[in-house]
Design a protein around this ligand. Structure first.
Ligand SMILES: Cc1ncc(COP(=O)(O)O)c(C=O)c1O
Length: 368
């Protein structure tokens, strides 16, 4: 186990696709920030702002954005998706394309637009070529394609570059919910040409809940109508006596008021670990764990693999179903043995991170 993680010995945490444990440095950052507030109040406010800037830089690197100006800090993925949904100037008869069986946020947000005459096309991607199925569903009235980079239930990884090229060619906005990818697998927005990327920090980024990365391409964010306003989102932030204002040209225009500085400290610390270990190394360890799990499951006559084990489809999530017992009974059994995981997509979802020891995953498998 990586020295930054000190989970109880009776716990096997295979649930990073839900909520991750914090590394030691994150605990320390939160505790130091609490103490600082306790003893010095806001004396160090300028340092708070610098920490926030460092976080934007780390997030910007994580998605390979061309500028930190493209990063806004929002509350969560759902808020980011809502900012997009309520920013677009919809016309009656427009449509949004999404995969069927998406995580509810990437469905409900778009369905909430139905009263405006927006059609939500939910496309079955349990097929040999999910990208082709999504592309075939887009037409002249499609304004946006919104996908999770990695499907939350099955771990299916989409080929984002293929989707990005298709959207670009048709001038369709491309939105990626990257919460199941960032911090586990490399991400390159220059390559996949996403207009928007959203992801809360509490999964593979090893951060707290309530602080999300929101990336927007400059031309795409210009197209979004704003619906939240305040002192923080204006170009001349801090010039309180000024009475005229314009929205910031950067993605800060989506941050209406005071930031979640406690969350900023925690997430900055978590991402500093990710930077230190490096995304190349993290990705190869995450995929190695998943490959190993897929092999074990396929070799077990009592289990059926739900996840797609092909290299280009593999992610940090491996889902499988027991064939001789019910999912509920197996879930109950392994939970009582200390294995933290969840039932998802008709099976049991394991999601170890880069630091999860193979011996722990072996123990979890033995419990089955
Ligand atoms: C694909 C996906 N999107 C979003 C979320 C969470 O959304 P939020 O950050 O709004 O809580 C999850 C959580 O499981 C998820 O799997």
């Amino acid at each position: 186990m990586h020295p930054e993680f000190q989970l109880d010995k009776n716990i096997i945490h295979l649930n990073h696709a839900a909520v991750s444990p914090w590394p030691a440095r994150t605990v320390k950052a939160v505790s130091n920030f609490a103490n600082e507030n306790y003893t010095q109040g806001s004396l160090g406010y300028l340092e708070w702002v610098q920490t926030e800037n460092r976080l934007r830089e780390r997030m910007s690197r994580l998605v390979n954005a061309s500028s930190t100006d493209d990063i806004a800090l929002l509350k969560n993925t759902s808020e980011g998706l809502s900012v997009i949904a309520y920013g677009i100037d919809w016309q009656d008869g427009d449509n949004v394309v999404i995969p069927a069986n998406e995580f509810p946020s990437n469905r409900i947000v778009w369905e909430s637009l139905c009263p405006l005459g927006v059609d939500v096309r939910q496309i079955d991607i349990q097929c040999p070529d999910p990208e082709a199925a999504l592309i075939a569903a887009m037409d002249g009235r499609t304004r946006l394609l919104s996908v999770s980079a990695v499907q939350y239930a099955t771990g299916l990884r989409l080929l984002l570059e293929v989707l990005g090229v298709a959207c670009n060619k048709r001038s369709i906005l491309f939105c990626v919910d990257a919460i199941q990818q960032l911090g586990a697998l490399r991400f390159d927005t220059q390559q996949c040409q996403a207009d928007f990327i959203v992801a809360d920090a509490h999964k593979w980024m090893l951060g707290p809940e309530g602080l999300a990365l929101f990336y927007s391409k400059p031309a795409a964010r210009e197209r979004l109508k704003l619906s939240q306003f305040g002192w923080h989102m204006v170009e001349q932030m801090g010039d309180f006596s000024r009475t005229d204002w314009l929205p910031a040209s950067s993605a800060r225009r989506f941050e209406c008021g005071s930031p979640n500085t406690l969350g900023v400290y925690a997430t900055e610390a978590s991402l500093s670990l990710i930077d230190e270990v490096g995304m190349d190394s993290i990705e190869s360890q995450v995929l190695e764990n998943s490959r190993w799990l897929c092999q074990q499951i396929e070799a077990d006559s009592g289990l059926e693999l739900i996840s797609d084990p092909r290299a280009e489809r593999l992610s940090g999530i491996v889902t499988f179903r027991p064939l001789k017992q019910t999912v509920e009974s197996v879930y109950k059994k392994i939970s009582s043995a200390g294995v933290i995981c969840v039932p998802r997509g008709g099976g049991i979802r394991f999601s170890p991170h880069f630091y999860t020891d193979r011996s722990l995953i072996e123990q979890a498998m033995a419990c089955l």
